[in-house]
Design a protein around this ligand. Structure first.
Ligand SMILES: NC(=O)c1ccc[n+]([C@@H]2O[C@H](COP(=O)([O-])OP(=O)(O)OC[C@H]3O[C@@H](n4cnc5c(N)ncnc54)[C@H](O)[C@@H]3O)[C@@H](O)[C@H]2O)c1
Ligand SMILES: [Mg+2]
Ligand SMILES: [Mg+2]
Ligand SMILES: [Mg+2]
Ligand SMILES: [Zn+2]
Length: 444
């Protein structure tokens, strides 16, 4: 008997005996044993079904075992379980493949999280974007709010309540007259204040917000404005210091402005473009350009979908987190990656996890999303369950990845002195994915 045959025989014997520990141990060393069949064409799952070993069958299922495999008589493990009267095992095997892994996913019937960048205090009123007359009246109104940006950085001042907090400078019409008429200014209509709108549904009562991006020398500009104001230096972590209300507006404004700065010329023919729809469209000026026919998505602000996922261990007790070299020391976070063309979210999750950690993923479940304006990502937050557990990181993308227990995540969350890692900041959806997983455990 070859070494391989001997190993398989030992694995099948463990299944016949219902020895869960031996099964788990052998699978952690050689996963390919999982669906292999012995001399009679019987797989380990069929043997647990034959002998009524419910827990051992669960171990095999939680490792992603294939329930559709048949023996030489064409019976599946479920057929075997029914024949020998083990109805509870038959029921276990009736569920769809991956059912047991799926049970490890936390519940999704929660409120939409109010995380940083996600709050919408403005009604975007896209139907007004082409209403020149209305826009002009809003521009001239003394109530209107103008946010100033330079090189994608908003004009801010230090918050009064907490030192680390910063506030957007909300300028009025009189303060921006010169900027409004300058060819070096780009204007984007952001929307109208929702709260105000509820109180007063008259058109003139609406408080409109605009973003103005200027190419003028910022030091010169600041001289005659509020001396305590400044253009925020680093987007990260700078933008995380904004209040939730301000952050939501900046997510919208900064992403649209970033698109303008990257798409000045027509991506189809390289021609000059003009800005339309109050900053929401760039149209090619070259007659006959293909971008003028049909809907061309390069004419509109772009969003890059990114999947971000908390990978759960098949034992349900651990999760995988990784570190990029640029992270602050000690910080670990969820893996993430850009969705590629022609890919579903689930496929993107599986591919990115496999690329970055070498771990294979089974079921994937969407939880919630977050706007991430650096420059224009949409973070799509998911939980997923691994079907393999050996980590082999791609050093180009990730410095290190590890499995952490629930307790270790709890310790990091409450910043306990026993904490072995630092959580991603509360403003990141990664933080929320971790918190949600922890929260779903009734024992904690
Ligand atoms: N909010 C959060 O909690 C959070 C956490 C992690 C990452 N993020 C954001 O998600 C983004 C993507 O994560 P990642 O860097 O791990 O992605 P990733 O794993 O796909 O790797 C990024 C690299 O892939 C390449 N790439 C492939 N497609 C790309 C595309 N469409 N645009 C740009 N680069 C592309 C580039 O070389 C880039 O350096 C990050 O830039 C970051 O801003 C947010
Ligand atoms: Mg990647
Ligand atoms: Mg990545
Ligand atoms: Mg990628
Ligand atoms: Zn063109």
């Amino acid at each position: 008997m070859s070494v391989r045959d001997e190993l398989l025989q030992r694995f099948l014997d463990a299944a016949s005996r219902g020895d869960e520990e031996a099964l788990s141990l052998m699978l952690s060393q050689s996963r390919e044993l999982l669906d292999q069949r012995g001399e009679q064409g019987w797989s380990a799952l069929m043997l647990t079904a034959r002998n009524g070993h419910y827990d051992a069958a669960r171990v095999l299922l939680s490792n992603g075992c294939d329930t559709s495999v048949t023996n030489r008589s064409g019976q599946t493990a479920r057929d075997v379980a029914l024949f020998w009267g083990h109805r509870h095992i038959a029921r276990l095997l009736t569920s769809s493949p991956g059912h047991h892994l799926r049970q490890l996913l936390p519940s999704t019937d929660t409120e939409e999280p109010d995380i940083h960048f996600n709050r919408e205090i403005l009604d975007r009123m896209s139907d007004r974007r082409s209403d020149g007359e209305w826009l002009a009246s809003r521009r001239a109104s003394p109530e209107t709010v103008f946010l100033l940006f330079h090189a994608l950085s908003p004009l801010v001042r230090s918050g009064a309540e907490r030192e680390e907090q910063i506030k957007l400078c909300k300028l009025r019409s009189a303060a921006v007259q010169e900027l409004l008429t300058s060819s070096r200014t780009l204007e984007v209509f952001l929307g109208v204040d929702k709260q105000q709108q509820q109180q007063d549904d008259d058109d003139d009562g609406m408080v409109a917000w605009f973003a103005l991006s200027t190419e003028d020398d910022p030091t010169q500009l600041l001289k005659d404005k509020d001396p305590s104001s400044f253009f925020l230096q680093e987007a990260m972590p700078g933008l995380l210091r904004l209040s939730d209300d301000d952050a939501g507006v900046v997510a919208q404004a900064r992403s649209v402005l970033a698109w303008h700065s990257r798409y000045r010329f027509c991506p189809t023919c390289g021609g000059d473009t003009k800005v339309e729809e109050a900053g929401y469209k760039r149209t090619c000026l070259r007659a006959g350009c293909r971008s003028l026919q049909g809907v061309h998505n390069t004419c509109y602000p772009r969003v890059d979908p990114v999947v971000i996922m908390l990978v759960l261990h098949p034992d349900g007790k651990q999760c995988m987190l990784g570190r990029k070299k640029i992270f602050p020391p000690g910080m670990f976070s969820c893996l993430a990656g850009f969705v590629e063309p022609g890919e579903t979210l689930e496929a993107a999750v599986r591919r990115e996890v496999q690329e970055e950690s070498g771990v294979q993923v089974g079921p994937v479940q969407y939880l919630s999303s977050q706007a991430w304006p650096m420059p224009s990502c949409l973070m799509i937050g998911c939980h997923c369950v691994a079907v393999t557990t050996d980590i082999k990181v791609d050093q180009n993308e990730i410095e290190e990845a590890r499995w952490f227990t629930r307790q270790q995540v709890m310790d990091a969350l409450v910043k306990d002195k026993r904490a072995v890692f630092i959580m991603p900041p509360r403003q990141a959806i990664a933080h929320y994915l971790l918190k949600h997983w922890i929260g779903c455990n009734a024992n904690l």
